[in-house]
Design a protein around this ligand. Structure first.
Ligand code: FAD
Length: 415
């Protein structure tokens, strides 16, 4: 949206907690050591390098004062004439505090990196155990993915591929028959939001690559080692990946009447937040109820992109006192990939699966990535991976000790 407002007469202040845009659909490839994080990130300042009237502030937005038209951020206060909230979503653990504490979510590149580290650290721990510690090894190697939507299906598929093609070469002294990958889904099918054809095919592909899929299964607790299920069963695992729920990232100060199901902001067909003056909302965090989508549009990139474009058009129209255009979603279809050579695709005119769907998935995602260099990097990575079955990115990169960062520098001491 901000790019489309350049030169329109508006002064745009773009506030984001990170100084980069992240391409979320490929987080699972970062987590499974398939690509480097930098190839799916793009610096915001680079996008607007040559644009006047766009001001970037890297800050956390805490709250909005709708009366004073003011937002509080980690940097300072910002006043607005119009506010557009596009803060997306975060993981929803449905009140399971332990799950939040111990499971690994994948909603940001940092979380994808933490997951990559966890997978590799568990392997490093398992390889140091003696043969008679088989039970402990199994717990370290047992991977549980909770949630059978696109994220869960794709990450489970990628880890299964790692187990088959890469890990036995890196850890020749580990018995990978002990490693199990489980996918747990609360409903009766995986890829619930896609067609029956896609759901059935995805289940077939998952099982074919050795993933143990448990449908109609609810999780209730996880203490870091034991995952409890609603039916009373328990699964021992040191790695539970949480891909089961999301809720809107709504800043404080928004009246509760303006917040709907899934903690999303209730908007009208022009994306104006109900009962909030000049506040608008687009993308995952917004909920526009329409006859076709009474519970809001699907929380996917196409909706966010199309709403951003429509919103920018309407802002320009407002400036010229012209007629506003209500938002109408054009569904271009959805896709998910399940390991190497397999994907499912639901396009408006055709539903297909298999190798052609996988090639289509790769093409569509490659084209969607921001920046020619990133696109090239990912293409080369994928090609290399495809030919060699081995990507040498399995690095455990730990963040620096934060306490150390807080130590005064020698210069600080002098001053
Ligand atoms: C793992 C994963 C895989 C996905 N795969 C697909 C896919 O294959 N196809 C598809 O169509 N969609 C996919 N999606 C969904 C898609 O990424 C989202 O629909 C899309 O990114 C929504 O765009 P948005 O602008 O609403 O929010 P986001 O892209 O999430 O952007 C929100 C921005 O707001 C910032 N922010 C949040 N809170 C604050 C705050 N308080 N202060 C400052 N900044 C803040 C965040 O840092 C972020 O940069 C996937 C999502 C995930 C997590």
């Amino acid at each position: 949206m901000a790019t489309k407002l350049v030169g329109s007469g508006y002064q745009v202040v773009l506030i984001n907690k990170n100084n980069y845009h992240q391409f979320q659909p490929l987080f699972y490839q970062v987590a499974s050591s398939g690509i480097e994080p930098s190839s799916i990130l793009f610096p915001l300042r680079k996008i607007f390098q040559k644009q006047k009237d766009v001001y970037i502030r890297v800050a956390d937005v805490y709250s909005v004062d709708t009366e004073k038209k003011e937002i509080s951020t980690s940097l300072d206060k910002v006043w607005y004439d119009y506010l557009v909230i596009a803060t997306g979503v975060n993981s929803n653990f449905f009140g399971m505090k332990n799950m939040e504490k111990f499971a690994n979510p994948m909603k940001s590149v940092s979380e994808a990196m933490a997951l990559r580290n966890r997978i590799l650290l568990n392997l490093e721990s398992a390889v140091t155990l003696f043969d008679h510690d088989e039970n402990e090894k199994k717990i370290l190697l047992n991977v549980v993915v909770v949630g059978g939507g696109p994220t869960g299906v794709e990450v489970a598929g990628a880890i299964a591929e790692m187990k088959k093609f890469v890990l036995p070469k890196d850890y020749p002294d580990l018995n990978f028959d002990l490693m199990k990958i489980n996918l747990i889904e609360g409903s009766g099918q995986v890829l619930n939001s896609m067609s029956d054809h896609a759901s059935r095919k995805a289940l077939y592909y998952l099982q074919r690559i050795g993933i143990n899929v448990q449908l109609n299964t609810q999780v209730t607790d996880y203490d870091g080692e034991t995952l409890s299920l609603a039916d009373g069963n328990k699964i021992k695992s040191k790695l539970v990946i949480w891909a089961a729920g999301i809720s809107g990232e709504v800043p404080l100060g928004i009246p509760t009447e303006s917040i709907g199901r899934g903690k999303r902001l209730l908007v009208d067909e022009f994306n104006k937040v109900k009962g909030c003056g000049n506040i608008y909302s687009i993308g995952d965090v917004s909920l526009m109820s329409t006859p076709g989508n009474p519970n809001g549009h699907p929380q996917v990139a196409q909706v966010a992109i199309q709403q951003g474009a429509n919103m920018a058009r309407n802002f320009i129209a407002m400036h010229k006192n012209s007629k506003l255009k209500p938002f109408r979603y054009i569904d271009r279809g959805s896709m998910a990939t399940i390991g190497r050579n397999r994907a499912v695709a639901d396009l408006s005119f055709i539903k297909f699966s298999g190798f052609i769907a996988w090639l289509t998935w790769m093409f569509v995602h490659l084209m969607a990535i921001l920046g020619v260099k990133n696109r090239l990097l990912i293409f080369v990575n994928w090609l290399w991976n495809y030919v060699t079955y081995d990507q040498s990115l399995r690095l455990i990169l730990k963040a620096a000790d934060s306490k150390k960062e807080e130590q005064p520098t020698p210069m600080d001491k002098v001053v």
